[in-house]
Design a protein around this ligand. Structure first.
Ligand code: XMP
Length: 311
């Protein structure tokens, strides 16, 4: 048995042991981490695991439909929960990056999951935290939205459920390998990482539905144009500044979108991909055709000193 198959067997056994005859719940975002946890959890618990896709208004275009369909095809039922208004209300007026992350975390774990746990009687939350999330949070670089215990938060005491983190010893490359061995399709295991707090990590300043619509449309353009590029991650961010430009012969004070495309093994460090000029040019044309956007920049900053996301 390979190292990875052993890992899978061990995790299934320890999920079963920890949960005993209780029920568990997990949130599937459609990212590799939560997808792998969903399959591990279903192998361990069958229908004693309830999987929920929380629509937090911070998702990419078409994402809720894609995720629910992909897992239905695998025989894993996923419940879609519309919590868009709740997240937007929690984010309204916030501009500080850590406060924005904190708002997403509290809405998710305290409000939405707290309620689901009370409604379903689940005692455990299965969670896709990976080693890099823990390390960066503990190092104070960024408060990853899915970190609780490592920040001294006792979920049992604060939210009324216990958290299991079967992937906490793996990095992204390991999670992908486990996903392949669990039979997840390439469309999911090879998916680009997408952060838990979603498009909120790509908006500098306040997150509003209008600004989300802009960054969502720009993201869709970047993902379409760069689909054939070998990269760890590509994305669009929206800055808080504005710049003067011209549209239809008129002066326009418009928004600024930044494109980022990086290569990385495990997200701890990243280098910028040298994109072909015609690609950049086309992205720029399409992004500046979005309403109110009159600048499109390409970010040349590696990690460090940048991070991959903007918040
Ligand atoms: P940064 O921006 O810290 O991102 O260089 C490193 C990698 O992690 C993703 N990321 C997150 N993933 N919850 C997640 O599940 C988060 O709060 C979070 N923040 C960043 C990011 O997309 C990149 O792949």
């Amino acid at each position: 048995m390979s190292h990875w198959d052993e890992f899978i067997e061990q995790q299934i056994a320890s999920i079963r042991e920890a949960i005993g005859s209780e029920k568990a719940i997990n949130a599937l975002s459609g990212g590799v981490d939560s997808s792998v946890v969903t399959v591990l959890g279903h192998r361990a618990l069958g229908d004693r695991l309830k999987t929920v896709f929380v629509d937090n208004a911070l998702m990419r275009e078409g994402e809720p439909e894609f995720v629910v369909e992909a897992f239905t095809a695998l025989g894993i039922p996923v419940e879609r929960l519309d919590a868009r208004a709740e997240f937007l209300d929690a984010l309204a007026g916030l501009t500080d990056p850590e406060e924005k992350r904190q708002a997403v975390t509290s809405t998710f774990y305290r409000d939405v999951f707290g309620r689901l746990v009370r409604e379903t009687g689940a005692k455990f939350l299965l969670h896709g935290t990976i080693l890099t999330d823990i390390e960066e949070t503990v190092a104070g670089i960024k408060r990853q939205h899915n970190i609780l215990a490592q920040l001294g938060i006792d979920p049992q005491q604060q939210y009324g459920y216990r958290v299991l983190e079967p992937l906490e010893t793996l990095r992204k490359d390991g999670v992908r390998e486990v996903g392949r061995r669990l039979g997840l399709p390439d469309g999911i295991t090879d998916r680009m990482p997408f952060p838990g707090p979603g498009l909120a990590t790509r908006i500098v300043g306040e997150v509003t539905s209008e600004r989300l619509a802009t960054v969502r449309a720009a993201t869709a353009i970047v993902e379409e144009e760069l689909a054939d590029i070998e990269a760890f991650q590509y994305l669009a961010g929206l800055l808080e500044d504005k710049a003067t430009g011209i549209r239809d012969g008129q002066r326009e004070y418009g928004q600024i979108v930044v494109i980022r495309c990086v290569q990385s093994v495990d997200a701890r460090e990243a280098t910028v991909v040298e994109l072909p000029w015609p690609k950049l040019h086309r992205i720029c044309q399409r992004v500046t055709a979005l309403p109110g956007v009159n600048r499109c920049l390409y970010d040349l900053t590696p990690k460090p000193p940048g991070t991959i996301e903007y918040v």
